[in-house]
Design a binder for this molecule. Structure first.
Ligand code: ATP
Length: 189
């Protein structure tokens, strides 16, 4: 089973996330994309706004109709800051028949990529797949990579949260099931 790993806070998951995951399946032919929600991201100063259980349930709802999309709760169970290298090593142990997974990142994350923990080892273990987001890749930092040819959707979790906080519409930025859950439970208010 070939797979690509997609880590993030998913706070909440939005259509930008789902679109690049789908593009990776179509363009590179992986059997699966494994979403790995972070308990706490090493790239962010702030804690996630929603609790880990709510973020997980929203993600489950968002991908419920897609058997090729799965979730691994490894980082949530670690309950701390998880580094990608640790998650990759865990997944390689878990799926020893697939030695060469993909790793999906937005191009915004390439700017400090050389600072990632054990970056040389990480670059050997995965194929780095970079999605268009801001548009520019810091190639010097990321090394060898494949470009995901996504149409950049200018949506972010922070934009969704800001809209909810100020009572603005956010309906078509997230999947319907996620919109329904946020509304019913008054998340991000
Ligand atoms: P926030 O606005 O809270 O920082 P985010 O929208 O960046 O959140 P994350 O869950 O932190 O969402 O992102 C996980 C991964 O998805 C990162 O690699 C990020 O670059 C990528 N990503 C998020 N949104 C998009 C998008 N619209 N297009 C391409 N890549 C994206």
């Amino acid at each position: 089973m070939s797979y690509a790993i997609f880590g993030g806070s998913f706070d909440p998951v939005h259509l930008g996330h789902l679109f690049i995951a789908d593009e990776v399946l179509h363009a590179f032919g992986y059997d699966r994309v494994i979403f790995v929600p972070a308990y706490r991201s090493p790239h962010k100063d702030d804690r996630p706004s929603a609790g880990e259980e709510d973020r997980l349930v929203m993600l489950q709802a968002a991908i419920a109709d897609r058997p090729e999309f799965t979730i691994d709760e490894f980082e949530l169970e670690q309950r701390g800051v998880s580094y990608t290298i640790g998650t990759v090593q865990y997944l390689l142990d878990r799926y020893p028949d697939e030695p060469n997974p993909g790793l999906i990142i937005g191009d915004d994350l390439t700017h400090n990529f050389s600072q990632w923990r054990e970056v040389k080892k990480l670059q050997q273990l995965v194929d780095i797949l970079v999605a268009y987001r801001e548009g520019a890749i810091d190639t010097g930092q990321v090394g060898r990579y494949k470009r995901i040819d996504n149409a950049p959707l200018p949506v972010s979790s922070s934009e969704v949260r800001a809209r909810i906080r100020s009572g603005r519409n956010f309906r078509y930025l997230v999947p319907d099931a996620v919109h329904a859950m946020i509304t019913a439970q008054s998340l991000y208010r």
